[in-house]
Design a binder for this molecule. Structure first.
Ligand code: SF4
Length: 99
């Protein structure tokens, strides 16, 4: 029910850009497609980062996650771009999405 890793990181398997909420994250911070979530989500194991970013709200946890990896500015640029897909962001940057 943390939700930070469903918001903060860039997730290629979901075409989810950095810092944007996964469309499958429910209002209760639980995965709404838990039984068919992608392998990357199945493989994720909570670690010491979870303790480092612990905070009362999802917004605070995401902020701490992005700050930990020095991605705050990049996430702000993604948000300001208005693009909601990772592929679109990569195309704008002239990069090819990895397979
Ligand atoms: S698919 Fe589910 S577990 Fe994976 S990022 Fe989205 S909400 Fe989180």
């Amino acid at each position: 029910m943390c939700g930070a890793c469903c918001v903060a990181p860039d997730i290629a398997a979901l075409d989810k850009p950095l810092g944007l909420v996964c469309p499958h994250l429910g209002d209760d911070h639980r995965c709404t497609v838990y039984e068919r979530r992608p392998q990357v989500c199945r493989d994720y194991q909570p670690d010491e980062l979870c303790e480092r970013i612990a905070a009362p709200t999802l917004e605070e946890r995401v902020h701490k996650y992005l700050a930990h990896f020095e991605l705050t500015d990049e996430a702000a640029r993604v948000k300001a771009s208005g693009l909601t897909s990772r592929a679109a962001l990569l195309a704008r940057a002239g990069a090819t999405p990895p397979r």
